[in-house]
Design a protein around this ligand. Structure first.
Ligand code: GLN
Length: 291
């Protein structure tokens, strides 16, 4: 495979129309979204959106922009996730900052938001905690959508909390409090209306961990012992000491963990346990009420 070098060297080949097909060709082998990847990376270098690429195909990026684009295409062809290369990913219509210290937000997780927003009042205060917040997408989205909610968010990783802090600042959400804690270790409050988490739930050794973007994500945010269930069990167990009466627990899990997740919730004494499907129709979030 020839190196992707024609771009910066040939002044006649520097329009968007010239750059994109070469980049797409370069990515085809390693990415099944080569066209989208190339466009997003070029937009990142140009500080423009994708409609700009359509409207101005004859636009000639500067030599610096071409060189940066060339570097990003090389990194992408080595498998690095687009979100880490651009440092951002959209979630619930907001552009969140991400880094290698945090999981890349997934559309599946928007189900947690949908379910939470249906539960959280718009006209009075309530208390929410998001455990293992990572980049903060869940906590910050809820805080932004429910300005009266008092939202706490924990993570064990100080590096992750720095990203979450930047995101909270970016969206001016001053109703989010970030706390460094392993699950509930440093949480003393016992009056949460809603406890929510997207914990690590992939089984250690799952072949999925060796594929695609996942290879570059922090392992301790992805996988858990006991066939992926240890953290879900720990969270559901600890959460019981932190609810207001009739508090609700919502936990994201793997598409094949519905039976086990429901088993854990029921065994621990949660009521009205049920599982909700994500946009692809997979069981993704189990919920229960603590009476
Ligand atoms: N849903 C992610 C995946 O399957 C895993 C996220 C998680 O472990 N919380 O790649």
């Amino acid at each position: 495979m020839p190196k992707y070098s024609a771009v910066a060297n040939s002044p006649r080949q520097r329009s968007i129309r010239d750059l994109l097909p070469i980049a797409i060709e370069r990515l085809k082998e390693s990415s099944d979204s080569a066209e989208l990847d190339a466009e997003v990376l070029l937009c990142h270098c140009l500080h423009k959106n994708r409609s700009f690429l359509r409207a101005w195909p004859e636009h000639q990026p500067s030599p610096e922009q071409c060189a940066q684009f060339q570097r990003l295409i090389e990194q992408r062809s080595e498998g690095q996730p687009v979100a880490y290369l651009t440092g951002q990913r959209e979630f619930w219509s907001r552009n969140f900052k991400v880094s290698r210290d945090v999981l890349i937000p997934r559309p599946d997780t928007e189900l947690l938001i949908e379910l939470s927003l249906a539960l959280l009042p718009t006209d009075r205060p309530c208390k929410v905690i998001d455990l293992g917040t990572g980049s903060g997408v869940i906590a910050i989205t809820l805080a932004a959508e429910r300005p009266l909610a008092d939202v706490s968010a924990t993570d064990l990783s100080a590096a992750a909390l720095n990203i979450a802090r930047d995101n909270a600042k970016q969206f001016n959400t001053n109703n989010v409090r970030l706390i460094q804690s392993h699950w509930f270790d440093r949480i003393e409050e016992t009056d949460f209306d809603l406890i929510i988490s997207n914990p690590p739930y992939i089984a250690h050794g799952d072949p999925h961990l060796q594929q695609g973007d996942v290879r570059f994500e922090p392992g301790n945010a992805l996988s858990s012992a006991e066939n992926g269930l240890q953290d879900i069990r720990m969270l559901a167990e600890q959460a019981r000491d932190h609810f207001k009466a009739h508090g609700r627990l919502l936990i994201e899990h793997g598409y094949n963990q519905q039976t086990e997740a429901q088993g854990i919730f029921k065994h621990l004494g949660y009521r009205q346990v049920c599982t909700h499907l994500d946009l692809s129709g997979n069981p993704r979030v189990t919920s229960g009420i603590w009476e």
